[in-house]
Design a protein around this ligand. Structure first.
Ligand code: 13P
Length: 284
């Protein structure tokens, strides 16, 4: 298969009532874990990279690695630009082969958010790429993007309808109580708000900040219309804990093939678990 946009995979998930997991990857190892596990479980999958990840790993390397995976495995694979604020950067990476992007202008005022998102949509659609945008704002930390709790804002359902109509986006990231990273206390999701948003718009809805949220709450969100579930922190922690453990037990180790392997194995379990929570297994 080729690298796909998220259009068909999200529409199918929306019709059939499951979600596509979007896993944040950072390098060859994390990308391998995600695609190998998704292929084993026959799940469509989205590989997401934030601006700092793409700067770290290199956009061309990510495209080349994802293309290799797409040739190897007969499952739908998309690569997605996550939380991009820079319109020119998005255009550049679409030219490079990314077929899906989130333009995050949620920090701007409403009309500016619409104007910038619209510009990205017009460009992306010429290349058959899909666009996600956020209305409202999640708190917490995603790579280098830090949003203070006091600056977070829930999605307004009425405004969501206007936003989707005027921007022409393919999917909408909603702020209903999740946050990026780990929670202080328990995650509380505003399901009534999610229902209202679902009634107002027809595009697939996206749940950011799904790490550290109990499985039942993620499943309930999916049953109420979430079609894409973003996971980053829950993968980073087991990977790095397993590598730390390996070095504790083997202080003189220096072979990346050895010390990366336990990290990959630990991450794989979580990737498999999240796919099952999303219900995307067997849907490829
Ligand atoms: P978590 O790190 O909380 O899983 O958030 C991931 C995310 O929303 C990526 O956009």
């Amino acid at each position: 298969m080729k690298i796909l946009s998220t259009r068909e995979m999200l529409k199918k998930a929306q019709r059939e009532g499951y979600a596509i997991p979007a896993f944040n990857i950072h390098n060859l190892e994390t990308l391998q874990v995600v695609v190998d596990t998704a292929a084993e479980l026959r799940s469509p999958v989205i590989l997401a990279g934030t601006p700092s990840t793409i700067a770290y790993a290199g956009g061309e390397y990510i495209v080349a690695m994802a293309e290799t995976a797409a040739k190897e495995y007969d499952i739908p694979i998309a690569i997605h630009l996550d939380h991009y604020e820079d319109v020119e950067a998005i255009k550049h990476f679409i030219d490079l082969g990314f077929k899906s992007a989130m333009i995050d202008a949620s920090h701007l005022d409403y009309e500016d958010n619409i104007r910038i998102v619209r510009e990205v949509v017009e460009y992306a659609h010429k290349f058959d790429a899909t666009v996600e945008a956020e209305l409202g704002r999640l708190g917490g930390q995603e790579d280098d993007l830090i949003v203070d709790e006091k600056d977070s804002k829930y999605t307004n359902p009425e405004q969501a309808r206007d936003f989707v109509e005027r921007t022409g986006i393919d999917s909408l990231a909603v702020a209903i109580g999740t946050a990026h990273g780990l929670y202080q206390g328990e995650a509380k999701l505003d399901f009534d708000r999610l229902k209202e948003i679902r009634d107002m718009v027809d595009v697939p809805l996206v749940l950011h900040g799904a790490s550290d949220v109990p499985d039942e709450l993620v499943k309930k969100a999916i049953s109420l219309g979430i079609c894409k579930v973003n996971v980053a922190t829950d993968l980073k922690i087991p990977f790095s804990d397993a590598v730390k453990k390996y070095f504790n037990e083997n202080p003189t180790a220096n072979d990346p093939r050895k010390y990366m392997t336990p990290g990959k194995e630990a991450m794989k379990k979580i990737v498999a678990h999240k796919i099952m929570v999303c219900g995307s297994n067997g849907k490829a």
